[in-house]
Design a binder for this molecule. Structure first.
Ligand code: ZN
Length: 152
């Protein structure tokens, strides 16, 4: 199988025009991820309101797969509840590591990354932004304290 088969049109398109690629001011959570194998770097910001991820953004440098994955992750996670975001992370992770199903309807367009499972060095490229998203999300939950009590 050729590596070129990985670069499906949807991945190339997101790499060309990434969605939600900006910093997010006053984010509830922010996390950075690095993939030294490929040189990919990504920073994820997310805003959590109540139980909903109201906004997700990213900035990063790297290969087409890492960038497209970050772009599509932000689209997939935005508007989801915390639990739904974690569930989607688990499904996506299973897909790219080859333990999930490439016909998992819940994943929608994210299924284009199923080919990554055949290339172990590319798994990190595809999952980098998702791991950072999970870190940012747990940060957001930890900071969910009632600030009224903290007011002097
Ligand atoms: Zn990469």
């Amino acid at each position: 199988m050729e590596l070129g088969a990985l670069y499906q049109e949807v991945i190339l398109e997101h790499n060309r025009s990434p969605r939600n690629m900006r910093e997010l001011a006053d984010a509830s959570g922010c996390a950075h991820g690095k993939n030294p194998l490929c040189g990919d770097e990504v920073t994820i910001w997310l805003q959590v309101e109540g139980d909903t991820v109201s906004d997700v953004t990213f900035m990063g440098n790297g290969c087409a797969i890492s960038k497209a994955s970050a772009s599509m992750m932000t689209q997939a996670i935005k508007g989801k509840s915390r639990a739904e975001a974690e569930e989607l992370f688990a499904r996506f992770h299973a897909l790219v590591t080859g333990t999930g199903s490439a016909t998992d309807q819940e994943l929608g367009k994210l299924r284009v990354f199923s080919g990554v499972a055949k290339f172990p060095t590319r798994v990190k490229c595809a999952s980098l932004a998702w791991h950072a998203m999970k870190d940012a999300l747990s940060q957001a939950s930890h900071s969910k304290t009632d600030t009224r009590d903290a007011t002097p």
